[in-house]
Design a protein around this ligand. Sequence first.
Ligand SMILES: NC(=O)c1ccc[n+]([C@@H]2O[C@H](COP(=O)([O-])OP(=O)(O)OC[C@H]3O[C@@H](n4cnc5c(N)ncnc54)[C@H](O)[C@@H]3O)[C@@H](O)[C@H]2O)c1
Ligand SMILES: O=C(O)C[C@H](O)C(=O)O
Length: 351
Amino acid sequence: MRTAMLRSVVKRSSTLFDAQPSSSYVVRRGFSSESAPERKVAILGAAGGIGQPLALLMKLNPLVSKLALYDIAGTPGVAADVSHINTRSEVSGYAGEEQIGQALEGADIVIIPAGVPRKPGMTRDDLFNINAGIVKSLCTAISKYCPHALVNMISNPVNSTVPIASEVFKKAGTYDEKKLFGVTTLDVVRAKTFYAGKAKVNVADVNVPVVGGHAGITILPLFSQATPKANLPDDEIKALTKRTQDGGTEVVEAKAGKGSATLSMAYAGAIFADACLKGLNGVPDVVECSFVQSSVTELPFFASKVKLGKNGVEEVLGLGPLSDFEKEGLEALKPELKSSIEKGIKFANQS
Ligand SMILES: NC(=O)c1ccc[n+]([C@@H]2O[C@H](COP(=O)([O-])OP(=O)(O)OC[C@H]3O[C@@H](n4cnc5c(N)ncnc54)[C@H](O)[C@@H]3O)[C@@H](O)[C@H]2O)c1
Ligand SMILES: O=C(O)C[C@H](O)C(=O)O
């Protein structure tokens, strides 16, 4: 009876790991640690609210052989702590600009959750003045020390920080559009959770693409394509859409001045990095939504489903059929997304 219960809990567990009844973890569709290639992952901002749990989750991932934790301060402690976990990767902590080169050298994937988070009443764009400069300097270091790494950008406003990164890399002559990703996985995670609650289906079975960008109305969940199908009424789809768009604000308000989503973001960041690792390792048919250089719309960057491969983006997938409500949402988001992209490009080129 207890075993049966355990099995059912295990079956419903996260989409990052398949837990075995023996309580050991293996990454779905991945490799065992013995057969997986060597892969170095660097986290920039690793001592922060997202950085620390993300470091923990990446330490649990058997596809990682080296984990470099970089921040302006505090990383030796985080690295010492995480390094005692008995999993494959070797962990090193790096603090301060003089150590960023060592942190980045040889990295296959660089995850960036560095920068300030929102407080109640702020928009993500209110973070631009501080985070744009941080992202610019970190990307300058990436172009110098690991120009071929995949970059997973978490720092907000993602709609602007990804274009900033692209311009920095272009100036350095290292830009490869297949290797730059804005992490929008948290929007997908939220859309899946909220949809499963309303549709009364097993959350582990749910798929919902989320397209556009990562701020307010630029976040466009495509519930018409959600599976399993539930035929929810229009008013419920509208409410689910709004809740997904306001998911970040819901957390910012609940944290009441103590920051924004960190734990759910670490989970989402770990899912996305895991997908990138699988793509690099040649696992077929790895698809996640991400904010990438795109020709899906007239905008130069756009989030949609992306197939990941040995060189990063293998294919940017189209939007698929949209409901009238989603078509309206798509047109409504374009002006804001366009202006956030242009703001990032302008910043990178004038400073
Ligand atoms: N993409 C998303 O879905 C998503 C979700 C949640 C949060 N975020 C964003 O992630 C960022 C980080 O959020 P948090 O809650 O972890 O913030 P935090 O303040 O807890 O941590 C940020 C860390 O970045 C470090 N940092 C600052 N400047 C740095 C630099 N130049 N080099 C290296 N590290 C530096 C800080 O020292 C700190 O440890 C914010 O911009 C937030 O808005 C994005
Ligand atoms: O909302 C925020 O400021 C953080 C993040 O972008 C989120 O969606 O939780």
